[in-house]
Design a protein around this ligand. Structure first.
Ligand SMILES: *Cc1c(COP(=O)(O)O)cnc(C)c1O
Length: 356
């Protein structure tokens, strides 16, 4: 049956598959909810978004996504509080950012009302899929790709915008060991590093595999020029604590403007933690580790929120971070997740309630 709500066309599943999912064993991004939102760009305009049963999509072999990689995405989460209210965290930041990414890949921007109305209608329909165990959430993946045909190396004339959702457990990476990269780069000046483009990830996989073979979990990306500055941790922004100062690299062409990153900066300032947004040299991190002033290093991003680093490797040597009580990582993670799960006051106005 098809209904129209908020100018979104809705086609519901006949039978939910939710009973087949073991909510005690979710891991990350493995199961998908009953529905997805799909919107097509044709003849120079976005058509009306549709919510349809989650299903495979069929594409022509010449679709430009396969050949020229025009594709960008977002990552966000929906949270349920103890009263079953549904919340998003700064969703308009994701909405704006996907359009910043699209623009860089010569793809059409997606209207704000389609994004928000489509997302809300989808969450309303699949609200039972939002898990409630401590630290779990519904991971939301909006993405756009070139669906138009032809081998000509030029921007596609057709695109698909999709939102798919996956119930996910709390994300614990364990003791993360990272390798400071000296050869490869994930981005360059004038490049697409600031965009959440699929190809950025494809380019990261091989150097990361090499690091994994050496016994590390992730790569710390450095600048493409001299590999002198640390810039990101895998697909997360990076923070370093030297003595009691929290330092993070400034965003640029090469560094993604993470929503978790900027939320951490605001919360840290609110906690009266000294914050510096400036370039961080590999040299100062190594020296700080050697003289004992390096207290913490962590990655920041939507999936893990904060992922503390236990060890970093550089030029054949491993440097261990100290284990400290009341770390900035744990204080900041608690403050941010308490806002996300509606457990604490939201003085910044970041929480966004979804009427279900
Ligand atoms: C998504 C992403 C981040 C984190 O951004 P959030 O908005 O905090 O999720 C950081 N770096 C890269 C390269 C990313 O793709």
């Amino acid at each position: 049956m098809q209904t129209v709500s908020n100018s979104i066309i809705v086609e519901k599943v006949k039978h939910s598959k939710i009973d087949k999912v073991d909510f005690n064993n979710l891991s990350f991004g493995k199961y998908f909810t009953d529905h997805m939102m799909v919107c097509d760009f044709k003849n120079g305009a976005w058509e009306v978004p549709r919510i349809v049963p989650y299903q495979p999509i069929s594409l022509d072999p010449s679709a430009k996504i396969f050949h020229y990689g025009q594709s960008v995405f977002e990552g966000m989460k929906a949270y349920k509080d103890k009263d079953q209210n549904v919340w998003l965290f700064r969703p308009l930041e994701n909405q704006k950012r996907i359009n910043i990414s699209s623009k860089r890949l010569a793809m059409p921007e997606f209207p704000e009302d389609y994004f928000m109305d489509g997302l809300k209608a989808l969450l309303k329909l699949d609200q039972k899929w939002i898990p409630t165990a401590e630290g779990s959430s519904l991971y939301i993946r909006p993405f756009v790709f070139a669906s138009g045909c032809g081998f000509h190396a030029s921007p596609s004339d057709e695109y698909k915008f999709i939102i798919a959702c996956s119930p996910s457990a709390s994300y614990f990476a364990g003791k993360v060991k990272v390798l400071i990269e000296e050869k490869y780069s994930r981005s360059a000046n004038g490049g697409v590093g600031f965009a959440k483009a699929g190809g950025n990830y494809a380019g990261q996989f091989y150097p990361t595999q090499l690091a994994v073979e050496k016994g590390y979990n992730q790569v710390i990306w450095t600048d493409d020029n001299n590999h002198e500055y640390i810039e990101e941790a895998g697909a997360m922004n990076i923070f370093v604590r030297i003595n009691d100062t929290l330092i993070t690299s400034p965003t640029s062409d090469r560094i993604l403007d993470g929503i978790t990153r900027k939320s951490i900066i605001d919360i840290a300032k609110d906690e009266n933690i000294a914050v510096e947004v400036r370039k961080i040299t590999v040299k100062e991190v190594v020296e700080a580790s050697e003289n004992g002033s390096l207290k913490e290093m962590f990655g920041a991003g939507t999936a893990a929120v904060i992922s503390p680093i236990a060890t970093f490797g550089y030029q054949g040597r491993d440097y261990d971070l100290p284990e400290i009580k009341n770390s900035y990582a744990s204080t900041l993670k608690k403050r941010i997740t308490d806002i996300q799960y509606n457990k604490a006051e939201d003085k910044f106005g970041w929480r966004y309630q979804v009427e279900v």
